[in-house]
Design a protein around this ligand. Structure first.
Ligand SMILES: CC(C)(COP(=O)(O)OP(=O)(O)OC[C@H]1O[C@@H](n2cnc3c(N)ncnc32)[C@H](O)[C@@H]1OP(=O)(O)O)[C@@H](O)C(=O)NCCC(=O)NCCS
Length: 187
């Protein structure tokens, strides 16, 4: 393995923004139009500084360059950069609510090498450690087969309105992390 995983810092933000742009424009181009990708970049697809502050956002680094990113959240928002949000993103209750998987983007030159897999497994470990029992996310169309490979179930498909008047088809997905063998016994 010639790359390593670590938590993201604020100082990564400019490089993260460039990585997200490159990932979207190349890896989503078979699924979304130029205009849809342009309308989504910066709002639907962008850095959420709250995840960096919460220490729930990971980056994969190779030779000092960021080649993938992704994270999880203990907050209400299901997607989007913090620039698109007004006010505080409310905290969830692990006993009642599902944690979120958020903002996975891989550099196109490093796709299908297991980078997103490694980040997803790190997120699921951290989500379990934070006592959440289930996970929800809103997947892009290219994201669907990736999450399906890790037993996420597909739910409703709907359209996210974009700043340029277009919309972006996305799919709700979820996964139960509690199996009968790791369920707490009744009191
Ligand atoms: C979706 C994305 C994050 C996957 O990243 P990745 O590092 O290439 O994925 P991995 O190599 O870890 O793939 C793990 C498994 O997921 C499945 N998978 C991943 N990409 C897939 C694809 N395009 N088609 C079908 N299955 C796919 C496969 O089962 C794969 O295992 P395999 O390579 O052994 O067959 C990446 O394509 C991406 O950044 N896309 C653009 C941004 C985006 O839309 N992000 C999703 C936000 S919800």
């Amino acid at each position: 393995m010639d790359w390593s995983l670590r938590l993201a810092y604020d100082s990564d933000i400019p490089e993260l923004e460039a990585l997200i742009g490159r990932s979207v424009r190349e890896l989503q181009s078979a699924y979304y139009s130029e205009a849809q990708m342009k309308g989504a970049l910066g709002s639907v697809f962008g850095v959420d500084r709250q995840l960096i502050r919460d220490q729930t956002y990971f980056v994969a680094e190779k030779g000092g360059a960021l080649i993938a990113c992704g994270g999880w959240s203990k907050r209400l928002s299901l997607f989007g950069s913090d620039a698109a949000r007004t006010g505080e993103d409310a905290l969830l209750d692990p006993l009642q609510d599902a944690a979120r998987i958020r903002a996975f983007f891989v550099h196109p030159e490093h796709a299908r090498r297991g980078l997103a897999r490694a980040i997803l497994l790190a997120c699921e470990d951290a989500i379990r450690a934070a006592q959440f029992r289930s996970v929800e996310l809103v997947a892009t169309l290219p994201g669907v087969p990736f999450y399906q490979a890790f037993d996420y179930q597909t739910g409703e498909r709907y359209e996210v309105p974009l700043v340029n008047g277009l919309s972006l088809p996305v799919v709700r997905m979820s996964k139960n992390l509690v199996t009968p063998s790791n369920e707490s016994p009744p009191d």
